[in-house]
Design a binder for this molecule. Sequence first.
Ligand code: C5P
Length: 234
Amino acid sequence: MTNRMVIVALDYSSPELALQFVDKIQSNSCALKVGFELFLSGGPHFVEKLVAKGFKVFLDLKFHDIPNTVAQACSAASKLGVWMLNVHASGGPGMMLAAREAIDKQDVSFQPKLIAVTVLTSMNQDTLTAVGVSGSVDQVVTKWAAMAEQADLDGVVCSAQEATLIRAQSDPKFMIVTPGIRLLSDNKDDQKRIVSPSDARTAGVTHIVVGRPITQAKDPCAALEVFREAFVSA
Ligand code: C5P
């Protein structure tokens, strides 16, 4: 079983604001997720800065393109020293295999975990039908997760509500990474389907992605500890 970990979504509008939080926390207390907004404002150098501070960085750029282009993007991302990166499972087995091969070719100390986004939690049955994907959300998520595991990826991003199904069909080491996590006392923000850290743990989730309940808390370090207690230490 993979060690459980909290990943803090650094959804800040500037690297300066992100650093105000980062500089208050220990590098072994969590991993940090850098998404489009912060990558576009801080650039690759900001990612390297976080890596140099000793943090595990999840570069959440969700690559989805022809296999060769995705492979090149994965090689470039690996060279930043990130701990984990992701691609869309809907890119298909060929694209995921190309990403896997590109990472395996890197020097062993620069081989990030590679995970696949299954069905985005913002999509529902109607959206799947509208884009021409047949089957229920559960069927598509479990099929794409199996496809990712067959392509030798290290795990998937999914809703915690699908985690039990994926855990049942996959290797115990297969990482299940889930956003939409809230404590009962938290504001739901714009998340519709929320799951508590302890329910996520029970469902077999290995990594929870938490943003605003930590980054916008009065005391972000204390908030991180609460999530760690509920998900990692419990
Ligand atoms: O602030 P909050 O905890 O809702 O942040 C969740 C993070 O996870 C954000 O960075 C969001 O973009 C990301 N995410 C998500 N739902 C997905 C995929 C990613 O909330 N399906």
